[in-house]
Ligand binder design. Structure first.
Ligand code: SDX
Length: 435
């Protein structure tokens, strides 16, 4: 629990009553201090008003730090660029969950523990037959992940740290399996079981693209790119889906239900659904000569069209993940010897947008979703699976934040208030007296 800054506070004058009130300033290790307003309502009878929580810290956390102005993203103090360059997804999962990079023995044991949880209960296979083949795979993910609580009764007690960790490992381990099963079901191919001799990213690719009829060799360049994409999407402070998981968890809901809630929130095109929306947008634009028309539309308040993959609530500078993603994009396309006209279109769109005063003045830079779709398309991942992949990666962030929330002594059930602007009290009008 952060200590308040020595004698630092923010003074408020409650003009109706003239009362002068001081609220302590709490410093973080870095980043903005917070005004501790927990006593505000009791002192003044007023609520704060902050739709979208643009100026509100919902919790204290030690997991991820973002500086939107500087384009900084760190996990447990390690810059995302260094992790993307030198680490791997399993190591980043350990770091997010436990707070430190693992030593060799810890890393080997963690990888083994995750590997041994990658299979799902055999009866879970039957859930899939209840869905239409053309169901959006995110709908399948919401349903199947929520249903895990019907199977793993020995990891539902959120007050038992061991059970919380077992549930966390199970979720990290099983998400790729469940995701790949959703894809296989959509194309009418048999499910492929996880392989214990493959690393996490290779296993996911293998479950997605192998068939029982022949050996499937995972391209190591694609596996490395997939691993890097997973790292870049692993956690991101108190974004919409993570806040959803925390809020669901604050009521004591079981971990599988909380992660299913996070998946539902991530699905939105303003959030994790943006990578799918970027590809749809690039296909809609179609050619370079149409870019200016669409950039104009994106600036028009009366037009609902937005440049998907641009802008961010926190980053008012280039999203550091987008920079790494852009580099990986070129590496993958070069390795595959692929020329991708959508990438060319994306590069041209980025150049035009970043020279347009509207985007520059509103600090709308490409975000993590702008390039990820192009890499995934080059890897033959279907567009409908893009957000599923984001959910696979973000599961470790969700469970790390969920554990931190439960262990936080200051945590209580999340229950925001409101500014009520509806009718004041009025009497019931019998049906025969209504107009
Ligand atoms: C993710 O929170 C996270 O950390 C999320 C994420 C994570 O890892 O968890 O980083 C992942 O969700 C990335 C964002 C993916 N979404 C998109 O790419 C969708 C397109 N972007 C926009 O929908 C928007 O930028 C948001 C939702 C990302 C951010 O919205 P904000 O912070 O609420 O900003 P805003 O809507 O208030 O926009 C500020 C201004 C507005 O104009 P004005 O009303 O001030 O005149 O910028 C405009 C907006 O109209 N604007 C855009 C725009 N994004 C914002 N105009 C055109 N195109 C855009 N993409």
């Amino acid at each position: 629990m952060s200590k308040t800054a020595a004698n630092e506070s923010v003074a408020l004058t409650d003009t109706p009553s003239g009362k002068k009130l001081d609220y302590p300033l709490m410093p973080g290790s870095i980043g903005p201090k917070v005004i501790d307003i927990r006593k505000l309502y009791g002192d003044t009878g007023h609520f704060t008003y902050d739709p979208g929580f643009t100026s509100t810290a919902s919790c204290e956390s030690k997991i991820t730090y973002i500086d939107g102005d500087e384009g900084v993203l760190m996990h447990r103090g390690y810059p995302i660029e260094e992790l993307a360059e030198n680490s791997d997804f399993m190591e980043v999962c350990y770091l997010l969950l436990k707070g430190e990079l693992p030593n060799k023995a810890q890393k080997t044991k963690f990888e083994r523990d995750i590997t041994l949880h990658t299979m799902v209960h055999e009866q879970i296979n039957r859930f899939y037959t209840g869905f239409r083949r053309d169901a959006h795979p995110m709908a399948v993910m919401c349903g199947v992940v929520g249903a895990l609580s019907a199977f793993y009764h020995d990891s539902l007690d959120i007050n038992d740290a061991h059970q919380r960790m077992v549930a966390s490992y199970r979720l990290i381990a099983k998400m790729p399996t469940i995701a790949a099963m959703a894809y296989k079901y959509s194309i009418g191919q048999p499910f492929i079981y996880p392989r214990n001799n493959l690393d996490y990213a290779s296993n996911f690719i293998h479950m997605m693209f192998a068939v029982p009829c022949e050996e499937y060799k995972v391209n190591p360049v694609l596996a490395k790119a997939m691993d890097r994409i997973l790292i870049l999407h692993a956690d991101h402070e108190q974004n919409a889906s993570t806040s959803t998981v925390r809020l669901a968890g604050s009521s004591g809901a079981n971990p599988f239900a909380c992660i299913a809630a996070g998946i539902a929130s991530l699905w939105g095109p303003a959030h994790g659904g943006a990578n799918e929306a970027v590809l749809k947008m690039l296909n809609q634009i179609g050619s370079r000569d149409k870019i200016k028309e669409y950039v104009t539309r994106a600036k028009d308040k009366n037009d609902t069209f937005r440049l998907m993959g641009f802008g961010h609530r926190v980053y008012k500078n280039y999203d550091p993940r987008a920079a790494v993603m852009r580099k990986t994009c070129h590496e993958v396309l070069a390795e595959l010897g692929l020329k991708d006209e959508l990438l060319d279109l994306a590069m041209e769109l980025e150049k035009i947008a970043l020279n347009d005063d509207y985007f520059v003045s509103k600090k709308l830079f490409p975000n993590v979703d702008f390039y990820s779709g192009i890499i995934l398309k080059a890897m033959n991942i279907p567009v409908s699976m893009f957000t599923v992949l984001f959910a696979v990666a973000r599961t470790v962030g969700w469970v790390a934040q969920w554990n931190e929330m439960i262990e936080d002594p200051a945590q209580k059930i999340g229950r925001p208030r409101q500014l009520y602007t509806g009718y004041t009290k009025r009497s019931y009008v019998p049906l025969n007296k209504r107009g």
